[in-house]
Ligand binder design. Sequence first.
Ligand code: ADP
Ligand code: ASP
Ligand code: MG
Length: 437
Amino acid sequence: MIVTKFGGTSMASAEQFKKVKSIIDAKPERQVVVVSAPGKKTSDDVKITDLLYTLHTHLQYGVPYGDIWGMIEGRYLEIEEDLGLDCDIASELARIKSQLKKGMDQNYLISRGEYLAAKLMSSYLGFDFVDSKDIIRFTYSGTVDLERSEQNAKKAFSSHGNIVVPGFYGSYPNGDICLFSRGGSDITGSYLARFLDARIYENWTDVPGTLAADPRIVENPKTISQITYTELRELSYMGANVLHEDSISPLQEKNISINIRNTNEPSCPGTIIKRDCNDDSSIITGISGKKDFVSFDILKDHMSTEIGFTRRVLEIFEDYKINVEHIPTGIDSASVIVSGASVAGCMYDIVSKIESELGAKVRAKKEMALIAIVGRNMVGKSGICARIFASLSAVGINIKMIAQPPDETNIIVGVDNNNYQKAIKALYDDFKSVDWI
Ligand code: ADP
Ligand code: ASP
Ligand code: MG
């Protein structure tokens, strides 16, 4: 059995629904279908999920919301009409409309994007609709209750057979809706594949697979044919958001492979993600990155011999519940690198706490971008960093930080936010010129 997940662009119009149906019809093994809310039809369009968030804000501030609701309603009615379906999506819409009010539960409203999309898709495919609130159960701390959810998934599959399930949400013990983070329909699909022991988890999107670099930065990047779970987790964590990073571990633990495919080019084999890959044709598997990190540069003479210094610094970050990304150190200085968003409200408090509690001088420098160069075939090879440094220096980019974890499958460089795109392009082009990528 195969669990399939179709992302927002695959659900954006009747045209896309037709492509989904022919993919499902082509293999009877594709028995479980997870869907996202309709995404953008064209690049200047708006995703249904974003419209729903805006609608919720309008309700909160008492701003008229008729136009936004009209846009949401219009998208679903259009798909139903264009496909000639008779699933009475209008009644579902009317029910939701009657519930719109200030103070309404945001998670519930946002989840309607996926709910309505799944209603349409189940009617179109002739599969049973099963609500994910009855399968994916969360604990009150927001983690998935694996045991209960697995029982629910198995029961739903054995009693219904072929099913369509909305992605992105589940429910708390009291029945209230809980959402995964943005892009979370990937996670719903991943859990279903795990719970149902799928042969493979197919994740259908709008690119031919995991690309060796962000296609919005590098023109026509290579499609990676095989990648390990670990490599993909490194790339996704650092911004290659073709697949939600949290959707990998549930399958890694069970050794279920993931196949990223393009709904618009179903004949392409896409990318296979698995435990071990034997293809050693490229040294670098991929490059990804993220902007807007903050570096807390800490200066104090002889800090490296002051026992407990690093622990006390890190305790301050822990007190503020800040996740620390990197800690490059020297003899008299160290820096602590964290995401800018995580310290948006407490950056200066942290600076003054480190200064007063540790007697150090601290400068918080914003606008650092981190770039990850990932590859299982880099392990034990000499000359990789030399090439990275040379290609960045050739385009005049200063490296502010470097880090390499002990397994050597990843090298991270910090550059100025302004140089982010230029650095990724330079690295990709250079690796390409010597057939490393
Ligand atoms: P979906 O709606 O199908 O879930 P997403 O928008 O979440 O799709 O993810 C696919 C997008 O991820 C692509 O359109 C692409 O712009 C972006 N992307 C960023 N980095 C990469 C990468 N390394 N490989 C593939 N796609 C990437
Ligand atoms: N619709 C949700 C989002 O845009 C979930 C998803 O598409 O995976 O984030
Ligand atoms: Mg996605």
